[in-house]
Design a protein around this ligand. Structure first.
Ligand code: S5P
Length: 266
């Protein structure tokens, strides 16, 4: 089932954010998500505006910004409308669901639930983390990604942990829209239907480097999309790294990601 198009996949989802993401991918012909890990508001908004036309999703680490303010969110929302992309706050929630993550998601200075279409979480604390986030996010039609695998060298995620994460996702298909993983993963290596019912997003993607010296490991868009059958490539420093023209690089990654998808469809 690897030759199903993005638009066909959209029909498998009731979650509005998931459907919207597939719509944008198909409309803009891009499966590229930008990981915009820069530290100033000016640089953040400048790159978001330049790269916006070439991405389906903008991934933030909002707590990296040294001059965060509410105006940044207003500007970001304007860019979202101008360029038509979803916003994914990569907060990687990992605490108890009943109270802590609910407040981390909706309160504090960032008020993530108000502007992030997508968030992600580790399932380490157990299923309560999903229930807690869902109480806030589902009424707002938001979507949650679960970290089923990680790209960093020596990470402690095992096959059993990945399987348990998938099982939790299956219990919450209204809110869990997909996974952060190295590619399309299956439960117990069976060829089951989770492949079409969830979105797979893969970080650790680079066309030039193989690693960053701090544990990050890179694979090419072709390895990730054609071979590992993921849906979306997440690219950060490959696009905005030092000395790079962000528009040229964004187009390069967009083309590489889309061509890898077309090759998989054949
Ligand atoms: O396993 C992971 C999960 C994530 S979400 N490995 C990752 O690198 N990420 C994120 O992807 C990471 O937090 C960063 O924002 C981005 C990769 O950035 P790059 O500059 O290495 O492309």
């Amino acid at each position: 089932m690897t030759n199903v198009t993005y638009s066909e996949r959209a029909t498998n989802f009731n979650n509005k954010t998931a459907r919207k993401l597939f719509e944008i991918i198909e409309h803009k012909k891009t499966n590229l998500a930008l990981a915009l890990d820069v530290s100033t508001k000016q640089e953040f908004l400048d790159i978001a505006d330049k790269v916006g036309p070439y991405i389906c999703c903008l991934k933030t680490h909002i707590d990296i910004l040294i001059d965060f303010d509410n105006d940044l969110i207003e500007q970001l929302k304007k860019l979202q409308i101008k360029h038509n992309f979803l916003i994914f706050e990569d907060r990687k929630f990992a605490d108890i669901g009943s109270n802590t993550v609910k407040n981390q998601y909706s309160q504090g200075i960032y008020r993530i639930a108000e502007w992030a279409d997508i968030i992600d979480a580790h399932c380490l604390p157990g299923e309560g983390i999903i229930n807690g986030l869902k109480e806030i996010g589902l009424p707002l039609n938001r979507g949650l990604l679960l970290l089923a695998e990680m790209s960093s060298k020596g990470n402690l995620i095992t096959r059993n942990y990945t399987n348990s994460t998938i099982e939790m996702a299956l219990n919450h298909k209204d809110f869990v829209i997909g996974f952060i993983a190295s590619g399309k993963i299956t439960l117990n290596d069976n060829n089951n239907n989770i492949q079409n019912d969830f979105i797979f997003m893969t970080p650790g993607v680079g066309l030039s480097n193989k690693e960053d010296g701090l544990g990050q490991q890179y694979r090419t868009p072709r390895e990730v999309i054609t071979e590992s059958k993921s849906d979306i490539i997440i690219v950060g420093r490959g696009i905005y790294g030092s000395g790079k023209d962000v528009i040229t690089e964004a187009k390069r990654y967009r083309d590489a990601g889309w061509n890898a998808y077309l090759e998989r469809l054949k």
